[in-house]
Design a protein around this ligand. Structure first.
Ligand code: NAI
Length: 317
């Protein structure tokens, strides 16, 4: 018992916590001493409607198990109100799990502006708004943990999910940059790509698969990433069905034309080498991405190249 990871005194905001993954995260944090803000608009899986019932039910579950929680029914588009709920009730915000989500699947040929805009507003703008409202409080406290929820549909693409894929992968970009900007203030930002049986997936998966993909198999990773003992930041993790693993970028050694002029035919002639992963490297930031290439061309800036200065300036800001 004494080795349990605890969250006593920590205030955890979880968006979309009335169902599925968010509910599972909320119950875990609530059981381990956190003060939980259970946010949920209480709408349908496709973005319509509104009800306080979903958030209230999870708050009741946490409280009846002896935990502390408060409900918030605002849309993530009103992120400042959600963060204000944490401040009003608990005086601080330590952890933010950006989890709220809906689907508006359609093939790109049939996708409407409404499908696109709604998914943008809930996933990308919503995660931005809540994170942006939490950010100054975490920076001022010198402590914060933020989790973004992306999707394999965003990482790999998926038929019928152009809107969702675009916004989900944008969340990885947002999380990656926030991990740089938050580092100096002990604000760690990671991204998960979960898979779980929920009302979002029950329509596309067989019932036995939905049952096997318990949301409870995702929450322990979220809890660890949100703990003060975890120093991980800027990570991307696939998680579900009891599996969890980290992803990274892989780049072929490629071919360098070394500043000489070259033609499309030259590119075609080198295509095998450009696309050959037999030997590869794994750039983890912009310096590792283009720094060595610039340096090889004799263009290193102060401290390596110009990217380093930009990165350091921002993380210190
Ligand atoms: P869910 O539908 O069970 O739960 C999502 C919750 O978000 C709902 O309770 C809903 O009312 C709430 N919500 C929707 N719009 C909101 C808004 N504007 N403001 C506040 N709350 C809002 O879905 P699930 O499966 O638990 O998904 C959670 C997150 O995980 C979503 O971001 C989803 O895209 C992501 N995800 C889920 C996967 C899965 O296999 N279930 C796969 C990949 C990503």
């Amino acid at each position: 018992m004494s080795n349990d990871l605890r969250y006593d005194g920590r205030v955890v905001v979880i968006t979309g916590a009335g169902n599925g993954l968010g509910r599972s995260h909320a119950l875990l944090f609530g059981a381990r001493g956190a003060k939980v803000v259970v946010n949920d608009l209480g709408g349908g899986a496709h973005g319509g409607g509104k009800s306080s019932a979903a958030a209230d039910k999870v708050v009741d579950e946490i409280r009846s198990a002896g935990g502390e929680a408060v409900a918030n029914y605002d849309s993530v588009e009103d992120g400042d109100k959600i963060v204000q709920t944490a401040l009003d009730h608990f005086g601080r915000i330590d952890v933010l799990i950006n989890n709220a989500g809906i689907l508006r699947d359609a093939s790109f040929a049939k996708m409407t502006d409404e499908d696109w805009d709604l998914i943008y507003r809930v996933h990308l703008r919503g995660s931005y708004k809540v994170s942006h409202a939490a950010w100054p409080h975490m920076r001022a406290a010198g402590y914060g943990r933020i989790i973004m929820t992306t999707s394999s549909a965003g990482i790999y693409g998926n038929f019928g999910q152009a809107n969702y894929s675009a916004m989900k992968l944008a969340l990885l970009g947002l999380g990656n940059t926030l991990s740089h900007e938050g580092r100096a203030k002990n604000v760690n930002v990671n991204t998960i790509a979960p898979i779980a049986g929920s009302r979002l997936t029950e329509t596309v998966m067989p019932a036995d698969v939905v049952a096997a993909l318990k949301p409870e198999f995702v929450s322990p990773l979220v809890a660890w990433l949100a703990h003060e003992d975890c120093s991980e930041t800027g990570g991307l993790f696939e998680v579900g069905a009891g599996f969890m693993g980290k992803l990274r970028w892989e780049r072929t050694l490629g071919h360098n034309f070394r500043g000489r002029s070259f033609s499309p035919e030259d590119v075609a002639a080198k295509w095998e080498k450009i696309t050959d992963f037999a030997e590869a490297n794994h750039p983890a930031n912009v310096n590792e991405s283009f720094g060595p290439i610039m340096a090889e061309m004799g263009k290193p800036g102060k401290g390596g190249n110009e990217f380093i200065d930009a990165d350091e300036a921002t993380s210190a800001a």
